[in-house]
Design a protein around this ligand. Structure first.
Ligand code: CP
Length: 345
């Protein structure tokens, strides 16, 4: 499969075969991290990382990934450029995209939460860059999707169900039960990571349950894709408002706080209102009692974790927690993404 030049904006845009090729390369890169097979793939090339929002994992892992491929990752932020916005004069996205494409091998963009005026505007911006730039646009988390996180997640689940680090077995995920549960807390998180997790879990043959309080549903389009992915695999997709029975018999538990569909009003992110709403729904936490209802489930989370709200320390740091393996996998899957879409493989 020739993935050179492809954008990576949501996993649903790539075929299952393409995702499997990416994950296969990521596992090889993890098993043999500094092999000379990989260390010149981006030689003399630059990957631009355009961050509207802060990051720990995404920035560090992309920088390390570019270094390990023999290239360079350059950090960009909108405050250091003169870009046109809804309220300020400046350079158009067309001009910025076309110029950046003359310099770099690829462009990653992160834009979500308070940096967008309405739900979907961040994803729209990535698609506009993809329209104008003839280099790959890589989603580093927008307000809808986080495909690099989704790939790291599914690789981690398949490692835990398979032969361990670097030896994922995706067949073992088929027929397993995946639970995504809303969690209490005041972080007012965007939907990108959890929506991507629904897409990859359903794509890779898992039954999917979403547990959330009434009023906390996700994007209907993502529900529809998830429902269809599950149906294609003969699997169930269900939604419940019961924070306890949702855990019964599941194999992978993913808990995270997220905002309501009313998070954007009057062209702005209503963070305080979302925090107030979430505070009124306490007790949605992954703890030992709820994990005891599962089929010896692993715990997964994209991080950063709101410990004591989304999950107890005992579970987040316990023997069935996959969080650090998955954080590490960000490096390996992003090396594979860059190698396949912009590298000299
Ligand atoms: N999971 C994730 O994207 O982490 P950061 O926000 O730290 O990049």
């Amino acid at each position: 499969m020739d993935l050179y030049g492809r954008d990576f904006i949501v996993s649903q845009d790539w075929s299952l075969g393409e995702l499997e090729e990416l994950l296969d390369l990521a596992a090889k890169m993890k098993r043999d991290r500094f092999s000379p097979r990989w260390t010149s793939i981006l030689q003399h090339r630059t990957f631009f990382m355009f961050f509207y929002n802060p990051s720990v994992r995404t920035r560090q892992s992309f920088e390390c990934a570019a270094t390990e491929l023999g290239g360079h990752a350059q950090f960009l932020e909108p405050g250091a450029m003169r870009l046109r916005t809804a309220t300020t004069a400046g350079e158009t996205t067309e001009d910025a995209a076309k110029v950046m494409a003359r310099y770099a091998a690829g462009l990653g963009i992160r834009i979500l939460e308070d940096k967008v005026p309405f739900y979907g505007a961040g994803n729209d911006l990535l698609r506009e860059y993809a329209h104008w730039a003839d280099i790959p646009i890589i989603n580093m988390a927008d307000d809808r999707f986080h495909p690099c996180q989704g790939m790291a997640d599914v690789m981690g689940w398949a490692e835990w169900c398979g032969e361990g680090p670097g030896r994922p077995d995706y067949e073992k995920l088929r027929g397993k039960r995946f639970l995504l549960t809303w969690a209490s807390g005041a972080l007012a998180r965007s939907w990108c990571s959890v929506q991507e997790a629904l897409l990859v879990a359903s794509r890779f043959g898992m039954h999917v349950t979403v547990a959330r309080p009434d009023g906390y549903d996700l994007d209907p389009q993502v529900y529809e894709w998830t429902r269809q992915n599950c149906a294609d695999n003969g699997n169930d997709f269900r939604i419940t408002n019961d924070p306890d029975t949702a855990y019964d018999g599941v194999h992978v538990v993913y808990s995270r706080n997220w905002v309501t569909p009313q998070a954007y009003q009057d062209g702005a992110f209503q963070k305080k209102a979302e925090q107030d709403k979430a505070t009124a729904v306490p007790g949605w936490i992954t703890n030992a009692e709820r994990m005891a209802r599962t089929d010896n489930a692993i715990f997964t989370h994209p991080m950063p974790i709101d410990r004591g709200m989304e999950v107890t320390d005992a579970i987040a740091s316990g023997p069935r927690s996959a969080i650090y393996d998955i954080a590490e996998n960000r490096l390996h899957v992003q090396k594979a993404v860059m190698a396949l879409t912009m590298g000299n493989l």
